[in-house]
Design a protein around this ligand. Structure first.
Ligand code: ADP
Ligand code: MG
Length: 237
């Protein structure tokens, strides 16, 4: 459905920030584990898309990032692959210590897609992924979160519900992704996003992805990201 190689040719990439890492040309350049490389090959991802080629080395180096790119540019792998590496670098989780990676998305459909993609890469490393969004039983979700996970993919409203129910804590969360930030704002999730961010330690790594950067999103980015690298993938023209 998405021919990424053709897509790349119609795209220009702009990068700003201090000491920006060089983009990678191949997934091999990322220093991924054998298991992760196998999972990538299984997806038939031959080379990184433009947003991935700049995001992967940036995020792997521990930097915050603002990624501005349209739907279909491969943003999910751009934040999920470094998250797997980030988790493998952490000491092992005790049962109820809460997730290391927290991914917020605007709708249950998008959260579910990210959940499926994350599971593909997490499986081989024994990393557990939980999905938290409306339309599922709160009790079932509560129980699943209580059992423990390293990655939680959530819509903001339901994640707040689960935090209030003490289904999870953010004590160990060190990697926060806000995906489709502009859409989350359009859907009125700004207060929930701010509440979630406020519960995660300030020395976290923060990644914000958006198709557009309205002023309100720009303001949030300035407040919650530190020294971010900004990557914009846009059409030539
Ligand atoms: P976005 O979040 O930017 O809309 P997705 O992460 O959903 O994009 O990716 C769009 C499609 O491209 C998905 O089908 C995904 O599997 C595929 N894809 C992602 N990265 C690559 C890659 N490096 N090579 C080929 N296909 C890719
Ligand atoms: Mg996406």
């Amino acid at each position: 459905e998405h021919d990424v190689s053709e897509y790349r040719q119609s795209l220009a990439i702009r990068v700003s920030g201090f000491d920006v890492p060089r983009p990678v040309k191949t997934f091999e350049d990322c220093g991924f584990s054998v298991e992760l490389m196998k999972a990538i090959t299984k997806q038939a991802y031959e080379k990184p898309t433009p947003i991935q080629s700049q995001s992967l080395p940036t995020v792997l180096s521990g930097r915050d990032i603002i990624g501005i790119a349209k739907t279909g540019s491969g943003k999910t792998a751009a934040f999920v692959l470094p998250l797997i590496v980030h988790i493998m670098d952490q000491p092992e989780l005790e049962k109820e210590e809460g997730p290391i990676g927290v991914i917020c998305a605007p709708t249950r459909e998008l959260a579910h897609q990210i959940y499926l993609e994350a599971k593909k890469f997490a499986k081989s490393h024994g990393i557990r992924v939980s999905a938290v969004y409306g339309g599922m039983s709160k009790l079932d979700q509560f129980k699943e979160l209580k059992a423990g996970c390293e990655i939680v993919v959530a819509t903001p409203g339901r994640l707040i519900d689960m935090l209030k129910m003490k289904a999870l804590t953010m004590l160990r969360a060190t990697y926060l992704v806000l995906d489709e930030a502009d859409r989350m704002f359009d859907l009125g999730f700004e207060p929930q996003i701010r509440s979630i961010v406020g519960q995660i330690r300030p020395d976290r790594q923060t990644l914000l992805f958006s198709a557009t950067m309205p002023r309100k999103v720009e303001k949030l980015a300035r407040e919650i990201l530190s020294d971010p690298v900004r990557v914009t993938v846009g059409e030539v023209g």
